[in-house]
Write a protein that binds this ligand. Sequence first.
Ligand code: NFS
Ligand code: SF4
Length: 653
Amino acid sequence: MAKPRQIIRPEDITICESTQQMIAKARRDGVELFFDRAEEVKPCPIGENSACCKHCSMGPCRMNPSDPYKRVGVCGATIDTIAARNFGRMVAAGTAAHTDHGMAMLDLFRGVIEGTVKDFEIKDTLKLNEVAESLDIKTAGRSVKDVATDVYKALELTYTQVDGEIPLVKRVPKKTLETWRREGIVPRGAMREIMEMMHRTAMGVDQDYENITKQISRTALADGWGGSMVSTDISDILFGTPAPVEITVDMGVLKADQVNIIVHGHEPILLEAMMISVEAPSLKQMAQDAGAKGINLVGMCCSGLDVMSRHGIPHAGNFSSTEAALVTGAVDAMTVDIQCIKQDLHKVAGCYDTEFITTNYRAKIEGAQHIPLDEHDPMKCTDEIIIKAIQRFKNRKMAIEIPQKLAKGVHGFSHEYIKYMLGGSFRGGYEPLNDNIINGRIRGVAGVVGCTNPRSKQDFSHVELVKELIKNDVLVVQTGCSQMALAKAGLTTPGAAAMAGRGLAEVCETVGIPPVLGLGACVDNSRILMAVSEMVKTGGLGESIADLPVAGCAPEWMSEKAIAIGQYFVASGVFTVFGHTFPITKGTRFEKHLFSDLEEKGFGKWGFADSPQEMARLMIAHIDKKRRELGIDKARERVLLDMADRRALEATA
Ligand code: NFS
Ligand code: SF4
């Protein structure tokens, strides 16, 4: 007889109470969620250590992770070659995802400029001009169309440029750029870098892990300072640069008496078009006739983050909660575009009669209905989705159960806004931030970003890590599913300053900001690059990004995109810690290369930790090391007046 499967309590799977409640309901309903499969499908111990290669049919070749140099592949490839090639392909895939998303934004931008796309327009001409000037494109006395056309041409090079340096590296601090030039890793167009990465990792090509790592960095930089940055810039130009806005999050945003539509994915166009459609009087009337109090548009994952920062649309939760939201039975339609969309959403939706609709030709799901979104007539798609949702509302049979949890917070801190809020409209700049770092009120800045993962208790590491950081006067900037974890936990309110150390709390209270600043979706990690670049250019904190007292972390990562992001931060000069697992065999030369040698070359480096406390310790130790090197460690001590504070500091150092 088979042993009964051990049932894991929902509170051990996630700290998100809404998701806990829905896991319990799914079990009652007999619906399988990805949490259940994560228990059943154990990670392959060889794959987990990146100790296998299947790049040709002489293999697949498996190494022994506990004795990694005992064997080599049939072709002679060592564990270092194998792991570096695997890592390189993850970076290539992640970079491709961000740059292809950026490419779609460029397609839209081109359509708007040429006039073939009529439902969107250039909303933020200020941003257009800023982007133009950062690319040395003249703006004075020129028409919006002319400037936009030149911006388009320059940004297209971010993808297609076959030789030389992409235009956006003009934004990189001089010394950081010099390091890249010395190492020969200034990116060309992303298409070229991804192609070369794939080529060099094929059987029998680049078999020197250090040389492979150079191309890994170059590819990742084509993402951070290329594809992702273009995506953010174009989204801002077309839909408006975010500014702080109060937002309601968590599953309580679903409404029993309204037509609930969740938009999940990554490209802002679907949700932006949906926002126009829900305002159509005929559809509003149709919803009313069906007995609904209204149409409730809600975001999830990065699509949601993108649009909530710009327009205050409510957000239901992050990656690990997308199935759980369907389990409420209250979702009349879930519509998706690209990336992080679990194939089983279609099946879970089916269990609750929820309409599940894919919209992008690049991302179909077997068996799911597909309504293509054409940017030339986007409302044809979104109107149809709304009509389907209204019909589902009218025919709701299932009992619904909506977790009543809600949290409010302030989000939408673009790097431009950070500049403004700290300096005011007359003195906009990063000086106040740098000054507060130099005088020690703020110890440093940490980016806490990335996914959630069913192999790691949902949201737990994000929340505990951030609490630990702000308690130690580290200002936290966030994107992606991590930002949503903290939003649900209530740390994105100015009141959360009470949980910060005295210095950081003082700055937050003076400026009126939370100690945790949400910058948007995952592609908006490019805003963090811009912020650190501004910090260097403002002066007083060293000459390159690698000199800054900053660190990054993705505690619950799962996507290849996260690896690409981590690598572009490392290559840009940031110490970047990943949690719960890392695709590498411990004790190998490739590990040492990523985790220490890179720093000696003037880059950042990778770190790994299992617990949020350990992640915080590593990050704070790095920040303190940088403060010492900058000679501003003494200043910090002066801020702390009493012995209790001094002891607290010593205890965490
Ligand atoms: Ni980023 Fe966004 Fe979330 Fe991770 Fe997925 S939604 S792009 S990859 S899981 S943060
Ligand atoms: Fe094995 Fe080498 Fe082929 Fe990889 S490339 S599968 S290590 S023979």
